[in-house]
Design a protein around this ligand. Structure first.
Ligand SMILES: C[S@@+](CC[C@H](N)C(=O)[O-])C[C@H]1O[C@@H](n2cnc3c(N)ncnc32)[C@H](O)[C@@H]1O
Length: 260
C-alpha cells in the first residue's frame, strides 16, 4: 500500500480521531516532548503528526513547529489547531526538509518496525546534538488497552498480520538497532503507564475506536456491526457508573541523540 493510501483509513473519521481518540493520549505527548527537550526557541518536527495535538503541545512549549502526515483530512485539523506551524502532506520515508535543520523531532506511534528509512530521514534532518523521541506499544508490559488490539485482530486476519509487522519495533533491541543504523545514539527505553479517559459512556469510546486506521481495515473485512460489538463487549466490564470508562494503557519510548 502506498503512503497516499493512509488517508483512506486514518482520514475516514478524522474529526472523531482528533477529538475523541487522539486527545486521550496527551499524557504520552507531554512526557516524550519533555524528555526529548522540546521547548522555547527550538525548531521541532513531528513525524506522522495525525491531527496534530502533539505538534500543538510542542508549540505551547515555545518551539517553532513543523509536522508531516500522509492523511490530508487529519492535517486539516492539525492546521486549524496550530495555524503558525509548517504542516505538510507527505511520506515519512522522504521528508521534505533539508539536512540538519531541526533541534528536536518526535514520532508518536507513527514509525514502526518496517520503517527504517523513516528513522534515517529523521537522522538526516536533525542537527548534530539534536534529539529524537520515538514511541511505540511495548511487548512486555501488558495493559487493558492490549485487549482491544486482540479484539480487533480477532475480527480481522489482515489486521493481525499487519500489526505483527508494525509491532516488531518493540522487540528487544530492535528500535535501538534502527536508531544506530541511522547514526543516532539511542537512550534507555522508558515506560509510561496512564489511563485513557474513554468517556462517560462505553458507546462514546466505541465511536472513538472506529476512527483508528486499523479499525477501518477490520470494518471493511467484517462490517461495522461486528467491530463495534467486539469493542463493546471488551469495554463494558471496565465501565464504572461513577467514573465512566477508564482504560489502563502502556507506551514505551526512547530518546536518541545525533552525535555532535
Ligand atoms: C497511530 S497514528 C498516530 C498519529 C499521531 N502521531 C497520534 O499520536 O495521534 C499513525 C499516523 O501515521 C500516518 N501515516 C501512515 N503512513 C504514513 C507515511 N508513510 N507517512 C506519513 N504519515 C503516515 C497516518 O496517517 C496516521 O496519522
Amino acid at each position: 500500500m502506498g503512503w497516499e493510501e493512509a488517508d483512506k483509513g486514518w482520514g475516514a473519521r478524522a474529526k472523531d480521531w482528533a477529538y475523541l481518540m487522539e486527545s486521550t493520549w496527551w499524557p504520552e505527548f507531554d512526557r516524550v516532548l519533555r524528555d526529548a527537550g522540546v521547548g522555547e526557541g527550538g525548531r521541532h518536527l513531528d513525524v506522522c503528526c495525525g491531527s496534530g495535538l502533539a505538534a500543538q503541545m510542542a508549540a505551547w512549549r515555545g518551539a517553532e513547529v513543523c509536522a508531516l502526515d500522509a492523511s490530508e483530512r487529519l492535517l486539516n485539523i492539525a492546521r486549524a489547531r496550530t495555524p503558525e506551524a509548517d504542516i505538510r502532506h507527505g511520506d515519512m520515508h522522504d521528508l521534505p526538509w533539508g539536512d540538519g535543520v531541526f533541534d528536536t523531532a518526535t514520532s508518536f506511534r507513527g514509525i514502526w518496525g518496517p520503517n527504517q528509512q523513516a528513522v534515517d530521514e529523521v537522522a538526516r534532518v536533525l542537527r548534530p546534538g539534536g534529539t529524537f523521541g520515538v514511541s511505540f506499544f511495548p511487548m512486555d508490559a501488558p495493559s487493558a488497552w492490549d485487549d482491544w488490539w486482540v479484539a480487533i485482530a480477532r475480527v480481522s486476519e489482515h489486521e493481525q498480520a499487519q500489526s505483527a509487522a508494525l509491532g516488531s519495533i518493540a522487540e528487544s533491541g530492535r528500535v535501538e538497532e534502527m536508531c544506530e543504523a541511522a547514526g543516532l545514539v539511542p537512550g534507555e527505553r522508558r515506560l509510561i503507564r496512564f489511563e485513557i479517559e474513554g468517556g462517560p459512556e462505553v458507546e462514546d469510546f466505541v465511536r472513538a475506536t472506529l476512527s483508528a486506521g486499523p479499525t477501518w481495515t477490520a470494518i471493511n473485512e467484517r462490517g461495522q456491526d461486528d467491530v463495534e460489538e467486539a469493542t463493546r463487549r471488551l469495554f463494558e466490564p471496565m465501565w464504572d457508573p461513577e467514573v465512566g470508562l477508564r482504560i489502563g494503557t502502556a507506551v514505551e519510548y526512547l530518546v536518541a541523540t545525533k552525535p555532535e
